[in-house]
Ligand binder design. Structure first.
Ligand SMILES: Cc1cc2nc3c(=O)[nH]c(=O)nc-3n(C[C@H](O)[C@H](O)[C@H](O)COP(=O)(O)O)c2cc1C
Length: 400
């Protein structure tokens, strides 16, 4: 047998996928012991789960027979990995709060083994501040996550909250058991992403074309590498990585305040396309169109978030800026490195022809004081992963 898994099946429609997961795990020679919550048993039968697992299914905390066979504490430690799929909003909340009112939550509190959760729920439930907070708490305590994905849901709504497919959960299990590389465990990271919106009046604002995709991909890679990650995001319409601590802001000044409130961190990566200027005055009412005069917009300079944090007395050990340029990319990046007192500048060419702003791919140069590293055009997620690998190397060397 490759490894023993304790699979907790919570009460969500996605529970049917967990039956397929059991089958696939058994095919790959994993031992699977199943715990079914009372709600889980409304969606899949104990008989199906036990027939597929080849073992009895555990359901009750107060079962004399089960306690005689294997106490609940022993059960919680009988596996190499505890997998919760579907991880309901309820199970995540109970686990985050340390509740132990039934067998599943007691196991999650008593186990000394790694835990992998595959959340599954309605998009509103997943995006609710309570669930986000619970996910962040669990993540901080070392709980691993796979998914959720985005798509059409059983409830008819569309969005994030679909449980990862059995194949993805399987891959996450294998990764977790292989002692998944978590080189940034114990490291605190801050990422900014997206544009800022600078209001002109209650309905208009100045903004830019940043999609936030690169920053979100970096935050995702940081989370996967084990970093306790805070993501300060301007207005974007993409799903944040599970378990990153998300702070939504609109203006540059709000973004700076959010970043300052999140210090100290070990590494800060500023990918957000922060507006350099904002309208100097914000009208209280919608500015009306007058035939005789076209209004002129006077601008005021926004704070420089990268320079402020890089020069603050709580400066992170590693400060990384992004330079989106449309000309003289490398020269401007070198200049920015010095002017802002950061450690690295990731330079990219965002000229209209490149398709980088808003697109899924990026071609970057890592500009450091000791040299420049140019990467080929890559998917933004891969840029995130490579960057995180470099961060881990650098922080590792400094710690050594
Ligand atoms: C039809 C139906 C579908 C549900 N689907 C989900 C779901 O996908 N995710 C979720 O978190 N809760 C879902 N719920 C609510 C949970 O079943 C409920 O919160 C339950 O108490 C969870 O118990 P458990 O966490 O012990 O399994 C659903 C409820 C019903 C009636």
């Amino acid at each position: 047998m490759r490894a023993r898994l304790l699979l907790i099946i919570g009460g969500g429609i996605a529970a049917y996928k967990s039956l397929d997961l059991i089958r696939r795990l058994r095919e790959r020679d994993f031992g699977v012991r199943v715990v079914l919550t009372a709600a889980g048993a409304e969606f899949v039968t104990p008989l199906s789960a036990s027939a597929l697992a080849g073992e009895k299914v555990f359901r009750d905390l107060f079962s004399l027979t089960d306690e005689a066979e294997m106490g609940h504490i022993e059960l919680s430690r009988s596996a190499d990995l505890v997998v919760v799929a579907p991880a309901t909003a309820d199970l995540m909340a109970k686990s985050a709060a340390g509740l132990a009112g039934d067998l599943a939550s007691t196991i999650l509190l008593a186990t000394d083994k790694p835990v992998l959760m595959a959340p599954a729920m309605n998009v509103r439930m997943w995006e609710h501040a309570a669930t986000r907070q619970n996910a962040a708490t669990l993540r901080q305590r070392g709980v691993l996550f796979v998914g959720p994905g985005e798509g059409e849901m059983a409830c008819g709504e569309f969005g994030a909250g679909r449980m990862a497919e059995p194949g993805e959960i399987l891959a996450a299990i294998e990764q977790a058991l292989d002692g998944e590389q978590r080189p940034l465990a114990g490291i605190r990271a801050l990422v900014t992403a997206g544009p800022t919106f600078e209001p002109l009046d209650p309905v208009r604002y100045l903004a830019n074309r940043s999609s936030g995709k690169q920053g979100y991909a970096i935050a995702d890679a940081l989370v996967r590498a084990g970093a306790d990650t805070a993501l300060v995001s301007g207005p974007v319409s993409i799903t944040p990585p599970p378990a990153a601590r998300l702070r939504r802001v609109e203006t540059a000044r709000e973004m700076l305040a959010a970043c300052e409130s999140l210090l100290p961190v070990d590494v800060a990566i500023f990918t957000a396309a922060v507006a350099d200027w904002r309208p100097a005055a914000v009208a209280n009412n919608k500015i009306k169109k007058h035939a005789e005069a076209t209004p002129a917009i006077a601008l005021a300079e926004n704070p420089d978030i990268l320079a402020t944090i890089a020069q603050s007395n709580k400066r992170p050990a590693l400060v990384i800026g992004f330079a989106a340029e449309t000309e003289n990319v490398l020269a401007h990046a070198r200049e920015k490195l010095e002017k802002k007192a950061c450690d690295w500048v990731i330079a990219n060419d965002v000229s209209p022809g490149t398709g980088i702003m808003g697109g899924d791919r990026n071609a970057v140069h890592i500009v450091r004081r000791d040299g420049i590293e140019s990467w080929p055009e890559l998917d933004k997620r891969e840029v995130g992963q490579r960057l995180v690998a470099r961060i881990a190397e650098t922080l590792g060397k400094r710690a050594a």
